[in-house]
Design a binder for this molecule. Structure first.
Ligand SMILES: NC(=O)c1ccc[n+]([C@@H]2O[C@H](COP(=O)([O-])OP(=O)(O)OC[C@H]3O[C@@H](n4cnc5c(N)ncnc54)[C@H](OP(=O)(O)O)[C@@H]3O)[C@@H](O)[C@H]2O)c1
Length: 259
């Protein structure tokens, strides 16, 4: 059944935890009906969103299925937050990353966004909506342990700019946020990226996370909190910043050292 009201609909990918969950909570607070997507629908996502969709966005058909369900439920897509993304800890160098790993990294971090935008575009043009892509500070400041991820995010930041140029005149804004190290399950889970780096450094996860901000040059002296990234997404998703199009907001605790 399609429900049509004046309430706007936001689709948030990677919404079950971390930055995506914080974005989902803030957009619901701001009056959006949020359709949140992840492979696993966590109790937190179910509670925070108007509709939780279980979908694998690294598959060719996943993104279109998500948009079909969102539009089918609420009759519009006004905001699309492409937040899904992931990095793997790599202690080996470039030569050890095979084609399958490169392809998987690009399927999730880049092609998933290409396909989601393609599926949502007619609805976004109809609603004069807005896209926010969650890239990474690694798009501008590459590092060898995340070489494939950084390349995929650089492609995503580049794509966002080109889309903003094509879609701006059609009434759809496209902006990017580029977080640096942010305290999400990717860093804090026992089997996450942070745990892999801690093990490689011969430290406990707690000890590693304590020393990481100084070691990584975060001038704030701490990891960013997911809500600090979500605040900027919330601003870009709102109608209050309609002059902002094609921008990239770096939220990295001062880690990047170039202008
Ligand atoms: N945290 C950081 O330090 C950091 C830094 C720079 C950029 N970022 C970017 O910020 C975004 C969010 O990161 P995060 O740290 O909040 O991530 P996270 O805590 O690891 O959460 C990732 C989210 O994506 C979902 N997901 C993963 N693979 C998926 C798939 N194939 N299909 C559908 N959903 C999938 C996860 O749920 P399921 O596993 O259940 O699918 C989860 O909801 C990502 O784009 C990331 O690259 C993060």
């Amino acid at each position: 059944m399609t429900v049509k009201t004046a309430v706007k609909t936001a689709v948030v990918t990677g919404a079950s935890k971390g930055i995506g969950l914080a974005v989902t909570r803030f957009l619901e607070e701001d009056g959006f009906r949020v359709v949140g997507a992840a492979r696993t629908v966590t109790p937190e996502l179910k509670e925070a969103s108007s509709l939780a969709v279980s979908v694998d966005l690294a598959t060719p058909q996943g993104p279109a299925e998500l948009i079909r369900q969102a539009h089918g439920a609420f009759g519009s897509v006004d905001v699309l937050v492409n937040n899904v993304g992931a990095f793997s800890p790599r202690t080996s160098g470039f030569a050890a990353i095979d084609d399958i790993e490169w392809q998987h990294t690009f399927e999730l971090n880049f092609f998933g966004v290409v396909r989601t935008v393609r599926a949502a575009l007619p609805h976004l043009v109809a609603s004069q909506g807005s896209i926010v892509n969650v890239s990474s500070a690694r798009a501008r400041g590459p590092q060898p342990p995340t070489v494939d991820y950084g390349a995929a995010k650089a492609a995503l930041t580049n794509l966002s700019k080109a889309l903003s140029m094509e879609l701006g005149p059609k009434g759809v804004r496209v902006n990017t946020v580029s977080p640096g190290p942010t305290r999400t399950p990717a860093w804090t889970d026992a089997d996450g990226f942070g745990a892999g780096l801690a093990a490689a450094a011969g430290k406990s996860l707690e000890e590693f996370l304590e020393g990481f901000p100084g070691m990584a040059g975060l001038t704030t002296g701490r990891l960013t909190e997911p809500e600090e990234v979500a605040e900027v997404v919330r601003m870009l998703a709102s109608g209050r910043t309609r002059a902002v199009n094609g921008a990239d907001f770096v939220i990295d605790g001062g880690q990047l050292k170039t202008v």
